[in-house]
Structure formats: C-alpha cells, structure tokens
Design a protein around this ligand. Structure first.
Ligand SMILES: C[S@@+](CC[C@H](N)C(=O)[O-])C[C@H]1O[C@@H](n2cnc3c(N)ncnc32)[C@H](O)[C@@H]1O
Length: 430
C-alpha cells in the first residue's frame, strides 16, 4: 500500500491559466488532493454542488473572488470554500487543493469566465443546464458509435458520394458538440511536405540573410526543432532566429531542454519519434543510452517563450516574422476564439511573408484568408494536406479531423491551402 505520493509526470488537467495534478490514488475515497500551478488563475468561476474545497498557497500571490468579494492571498494562506458559493482565483501561485468529497461529474457548475484569464470569449463556459449536457452526451455517444463503424469501412465504400455526405453530417455534429480540449500531441517531422515547402520558400533568400521564423503552439519542441533542422541543413549560411512559443510552461521547459527519452513517452501522449528514420535520429540528436539531445547546431538561435498566440501582447513582443507556423492548436479552440486568434497571428507576418496554418476548422481558415486577402500557395498543397496522417484519420468522427481533399469542390484550391503569402502588412491587419 503506497503511503507516499508524488506529483505525476503528466498534468491531470489544464486550462488557459493553470495546470494541475491529482495526487494519489489515495486510500481515503472521500478525499481528493491536487497540486496546481496557476500562471494567471482558474479559467472560470465555479459553484461546487456538494464538495468543500480548501486551497493552501505554497508560493506566489494572487486573490480569490468568493461571492463577489476579493480576498488577497499569498504564501501560507489557507482558503476554505464551502459548497454552493461562487468563486474563482487569479494570480501566479502554487497551490495545494483539497476536495471533500472527491470531484464527481455534475458537481461543478461553471458560471462565467474569469476575466483575468479569458478575455473576449463570447459564449459562456460549457457546463450548461442538464438538458444540454444530456443532449450533448447522446450526440457524442452516437458519434463515437459511428467512429467504430467508420474505421472498419474500406476506402472504396467511404469514398462513395452518399457515404461521404453522411461523413460530412457526422463531422458537423462532432464539430458542434465535441468537447474541445487542448493537448500536447506532437511528432518530429510531423508533416514532411510542409517542411519541404519551407525549404522551397527559403531557397531564394540572399546569402547570409537573416530569417525570422515563429513557431506557435510548439508543444515540447518537436516541431520547432524539425523546422530548424530543415532550414539549417539546406541553408547553413542564413542567420536563423526562431521563436518557439507555447502556452504551457512545462512544455516550454521540456522543449528548451531538448532532451527526450526514446522509450518513455513525454507529456504528449504520442511517440514523438515514430515518423523519423534511424539516420534522421542520428543526424538530429546526440544519443546517450535511452536519451537523445538535439544537436547544438540545430538548437542555436531558438528563443523559447511561454506565450498565448491569441494575445496581441505576444505578437507585439515577437515583432514581424518572415515565416509564421501555427499548426494543430486552433482546432482545439472554440471557433470564435480560433478565428480571433488567427486574425491576431496574422499581425506577426511581415509584408510578403508566409503563414503556414493547419489543424484548424477549414471554414474559419478560408473565411479569414478571404477577408484579409491572403494569397493561398498551391505548391505542395495536396501533399501537405495528406502529410499528417493523424489529423486525416480523425475525420469524420472527431472535431479536429481533417476532411479528405475533395476536388469536386469549386473552391478546393483555397479551401485546402494551408500556406499563404500575406502580400501587404494591411493584409494581416483585422
Ligand atoms: C496538439 S499540440 C500541436 C503541437 C505542434 N504545433 C504540432 O503541430 O505538432 C497543440 C499545442 O498548442 C499549445 N497551445 C494551445 N493554445 C495555445 C495558445 N493560445 N498559444 C500558444 N500555444 C497554445 C498547446 O499547449 C499544445 O502544446
């Protein structure tokens, strides 16, 4: 029987302003204990139905808002929140929290966003009324059932027009009702055609030129290193300044360290090396037993930072970039937030610069690209679309799935383009 517990490697939950870990499992079934690292605070205001919550501030400072009253707290403070009281907290703090009884489904009702953490979100947080939860659950169950069936269909059947139309219907449900959540999933050399496109885009640059690249939502660094490796392998003369930006502090720390275990999965839940050959691993890493470390010629010039790609302040801090990469995180946001973030990201791109953006609702990307007059690149369009099998495999039963490229669509050259040239600065301004 374990008497001593430590913080697990993987966060058990995270939000825009914090991440946290459940400690245990405890023998005492009526109790749950969490370790929370709050960067900005809890995303929402909460009312607990039955559980009492106790928070102890181990480090940092901030404040709790309890029944509309503000209570400043700092290291050593203990806060008790009884059930049926609305509360939230803000600030940069490390907390131990206790829930008695344990958190159970339906206990927490999220009443509104915490403005210290989430600004500009139009819709209320998703917990909603019980009928909505029920409806949502039913639909999600239906979509999950279809997932099993869809996976068994041979391509010759799933490509038939009526079956494809059914897939579109299903995908509409998944997008509308799927529970969106961020994750750190990533791979080295995730989308090879996209990397080849980057190589071609820099081909014409003058010798010894400075090249500024921003990789947003870079998780634990696999994508940023893959891009730096691609660029430096073909153009060692360029002075590459690569900004690797990520909202999760823990992921940034891992990325900056650049050291990964070949056998134990990191925070990502993916085998980050599965798309690499042995030769590529040898070229990119120094190896020591089960660990590999990214070689120094690839690491140099990479600037790591914790930042929110949705915030204007992040864009202002980074300044204009020649190439901006924003892959596979906008699809996990609420569509309104994703659109707002994409428009914000466009401010980063210098005139004549390039924006590469995949893993986003195609409707949103097409709309923003048209609104802001971006020029969709046709080079390697089809290859890049098919270049990341994990996103393609999620369609049509997951909100983040990437639909098959459909040339019967009149607009296919715009809809499926994931790389754009932003011709003028105005083109990137909303
Ligand atoms: C699914 S991973 C994709 C990682 C990488 N871009 C790739 O394609 O392999 C999404 C990452 O985006 C990060 N992220 C989510 N929202 C973000 C935001 N607003 N600003 C910066 N990073 C964000 C997540 O923490 C996560 O690490």
């Amino acid at each position: 029987m374990p008497y001593v517990h430590s913080v697990p490697a993987l966060p058990s939950f995270d939000g825009k302003g914090l991440f946290g870990f459940v400690l245990g499992p405890l023998q005492e079934k009526d109790l749950e204990i969490y370790y929370i690292e709050s960067d900005k605070g809890h995303d929402t205001f909460t009312v607990s139905k039955r559980a009492t919550r106790v928070y102890y501030v181990i480090d940092g400072s901030g404040y709790f808002t309890i029944s509309d009253q503000r209570y400043d707290v700092s290291r050593g403070a203990l806060v008790e929140i009884p059930p049926k009281v609305e509360y939230s907290y803000s600030g940069k703090m490390k907390l131990i929290a206790v829930s008695k009884p344990r958190c159970f489904e339906g206990n927490d009702r999220f009443t509104r966003w915490n403005p210290d953490v989430i600004q500009g979100e139009v819709l209320p947080p998703a917990n909603a009324e019980s009928w909505e939860i029920f409806g949502r659950r039913l639909i999600n169950r239906y979509v999950r059932l279809n997932r099993r069936l869809w996976r068994r269909l041979p391509a010759s059947i799933s490509n038939l027009r009526p079956v494809h139309s059914y897939g579109e219907l299903l995908y509409g449900l998944a997008r509308r009702y799927g529970d969106r959540a961020q994750n750190l999933g990533t791979f080295f050399l995730r989308n090879r055609p996209q990397l080849e496109l980057i190589r071609r885009l820099i081909d014409q640059r003058a010798e010894n030129d400075t090249l500024k690249v921003a990789v947003l939502g870079c998780s634990i660094g696999a994508e940023a290193y893959s891009i730096a490796w691609t660029i430096r392998s073909v153009r060692p003369d360029l002075k590459l300044i690569l900004h690797a930006v990520e909202i999760s502090r823990r992921a940034v720390e891992l990325g900056q360290c650049g050291r990964y275990s070949l056998v134990r999965p990191p925070l990502t839940g993916t085998d980050i090396f599965e798309r690499m050959s042995e030769i590529e691993i040898t070229d990119m890493f120094d190896r020591e037993d089960e660990f590999v470390t990214v070689k120094s010629w690839i690491r140099e010039g990479i600037k790591w930072q914790v930042g929110d790609a949705a915030e204007r302040k992040t864009v202002d801090t980074l300044g204009l970039q020649d190439i901006v990469v924003a892959n596979n995180f906008l699809c996990h946001m609420h569509p309104l937030m994703a659109e707002k973030s994409l428009r914000n990201i466009a401010h980063l791109v210098c005139p004549q610069g390039y924006l590469l953006v995949s893993g986003i609702d195609l409707e949103i990307r097409t709309k923003v690209a048209a609104d802001l007059g971006w020029h969709p690149l046709q080079e390697l369009l089809e290859e890049s679309h098919e270049g990341d099998p994990s996103m393609r495999a999620l369609w049509p039963w997951h909100y983040a799935g990437l639909e098959p490229l459909n040339k019967r669509r009149e607009d296919w050259k715009r809809r499926y383009a994931a790389a754009f040239q932003l011709l003028s600065r105005e083109g990137g301004v909303d």
